[in-house]
Design a protein around this ligand. Structure first.
Ligand SMILES: *Cc1c(COP(=O)(O)O)cnc(C)c1O
Length: 542
């Protein structure tokens, strides 16, 4: 009995300690903190070691559902984390990890994040985020300015107005896109006469009142899957996200879009929104936004631009013209955690019209009261962290010209890599980079010749084999753990739109050198030669 009491007392003291006394500098946690703050890259390079463990093996380390019944010392726990979690993590900040939109972060982010987490402000309401609320409104103003370039007086008028919002922060592009379409839906099906609006009465009554037989969202075939999620959540239905084919440059075909608009209108289906993509996730291309704005105007519908990945390009004066027309969008999605070197959890949307958000306004008596400046009255999410601080700091520390330099270099590097692929006799460039993203595949020279001259049946047969080869090479490269490119399946213009498996490269890390790119291609070449022997069907072509 006495020992039980003694243990309880020890636990109580320990719990008090974890809230009051930091770990000593010579403890495991203290040493890790020092290592991370002095040399994060070295730390990650040293500690991420088991890169080729299979996922199912890793699952064996995380299959115990028992709730811990005894407190664990932080240091003991750190050893456990390093051993099981860190060592088997993905080295996304490695300069040879060029497969995804997640990459390296500048050093100062670490300290800033610690400060942000330490402050633990909740941006849903002013009562838990005084200072952070005005800061977030300012950052939204800056991002709004990046897109819409309004006069200074516009920002003075709207930035801190309680009943208006220039935009909203959220966890990412998905929630930003949902928010955009939510606002669009509620503004389209707004209160009118005795009808109290879709927000209060639901879609069924809204359709009855307005006399529509359905709603549609139009986007190119390269649109992001989050639009389907949005349609699902908003009661519009995934099948009513209509994919318009793209041209050979992966941009929406405006002629086909117009035909579809006419067809839908004749069927009494109201177009809720035309969504332009500025930087498609798979190929990095930008839709003709100006033309889309014209069509949206013609059909009097909402125009949203999903610039989750590509939007940050507006910071580059050199490449800003590629996104011309974006300033005519009703709303724009931008992910700061993609190209702006902010850690994950930093998505945002900006609205052309600061009154647009009144369509989704919500209140509660204990917080976000009417007329108060709480950000939570105009956001989908409730409790939210102060990620705006990181965007704010990055904008100041890196600055617009700094971002421009990083983006311009990334795009130049992508073009260099595309040239390497073009010049290599055994590779085939599938999509040329418009920004810093490109796709390609390995095709032995002899096979390329057959593809050029062969019948479409032969082509199809070979492409099936090449898909298998691409998949094997990509998996092996990932398992080797030296470098990483991703893969996706896209309709390739040069094969009459046949779905083709390709390598996908995103050049976001400023430390990815040209030498690294040469090495990555070389490694793929070697892996390809080994892998072809695993596919005896290739024998008749090489
Ligand atoms: C990444 C991306 C999204 C989704 O963003 P998340 O931050 O992953 O939710 C939406 N649209 C495009 C074009 C994207 O690239």
């Amino acid at each position: 009995m006495a020992s039980v009491k003694k243990a309880a007392k020890a636990t109580e003291q320990y719990l008090h300690r974890i809230f009051t006394i930091p770990e000593a500098p010579d403890s495991t946690l203290g040493r890790i903190e020092k290592e991370i703050s002095e040399n994060l890259a070295g730390f990650l390079g040293d500690r991420i070691v088991a890169t080729n463990n299979a996922l199912t093996d890793i699952e064996n380390d995380f299959c115990d559902a028992t709730l811990p019944e005894e407190p664990e010392f932080v240091s003991d726990h750190m050893h456990h984390l390093l051993d099981k979690l860190v060592s088997q993590s993905v080295h996304t900040s490695s300069p040879s990890f060029i497969g995804h939109m997640t990459s390296a972060l500048p050093y100062f982010i670490l300290s800033l994040t610690k400060l942000m987490v330490g402050l633990n402000q909740n941006l849903v309401k002013v009562e838990t985020s005084k200072a952070f609320t005005p800061l977030e409104r300012q950052v939204l103003g800056m991002m709004h300015n990046l897109v819409y370039q309004e006069q200074e007086s516009f920002y003075q008028q709207w930035m801190h107005s309680a009943n208006h919002s220039l935009g909203a922060f959220c966890s990412g592009g998905t929630v930003a896109n949902i928010t955009a379409l939510w606002v669009a839906r509620n503004n389209l099906l707004k209160a009118d006469g005795s009808f109290k609006g879709v927000a209060r009465e639901g879609l069924f009554n809204a359709f009855k009142h307005y006399g529509y037989d359905g709603l549609a969202i139009l986007v190119s075939a390269r649109g992001h899957y989050s639009l389907k999620k949005s349609a699902d959540l908003l009661g519009i239905g995934q099948e009513n996200v209509i994919e318009i084919p793209t041209d050979e440059f992966n941009k929406i075909d405006c002629q086909k879009l117009l035909v579809k608009c006419r067809e839908l209108t004749e069927k009494n289906i109201k177009i809720l929104s035309i969504v332009g993509v500025a930087g498609t996730t798979e190929t990095g291309n930008i839709d003709p936004l100006d033309k889309l704005a014209d069509i949206a105007q013609q059909y009097q519908c909402n125009f949203h631009v999903d610039a989750a990945w590509g939007g940050a390009t507006l910071l580059s004066n050199k490449y800003r013209p590629l996104l011309k027309g974006i300033e005519r969008a009703d709303s724009v999605t931008i992910d700061a955690h993609k190209q702006m070197y902010v850690p994950m959890g930093a998505g945002l949307i900006v609205f052309k019209d600061p009154t647009a958000v009144s369509a989704i306004e919500h209140h509660a008596e204990y917080i976000i009261r009417k007329g108060a400046k709480d950000l939570g009255s105009h956001t989908l999410e409730g409790s939210r962290p102060g990620m705006a601080m990181l965007v704010y700091s990055c904008l100041h520390i890196i600055s617009r010209p700094g971002y421009e330099m990083l983006f311009n270099q990334g795009i130049e590097k992508a073009n260099y890599f595309a040239d390497l692929i073009d010049q290599h006799s055994d590779f085939e460039l599938i999509t040329r980079p418009e920004l810093c993203l490109l796709t390609y595949r390995y095709v032995p020279e002899s096979v390329q010749k057959i593809l050029k001259t062969g019948t479409s049946l032969q082509q199809a047969k070979i492409n099936v084999l090449l898909d298998k080869l691409t998949k094997i090479i990509q998996k092996r490269q990932r398992e080797n753990g030296k470098s990483f490119v991703s893969r996706t399946k896209i309709e390739a213009a040069r094969y009459d739109g046949a779905k083709t498996l390709v390598f996908r490269v995103v050049l976001a890390n400023p430390l990815t050198s040209r030498e690294i790119l040469v090495d990555i291609l070389q490694e793929q070449c070697e892996l390809a030669k080994e892998s072809i022997s695993l596919l005896p069907e290739f024998n008749e072509y090489i």
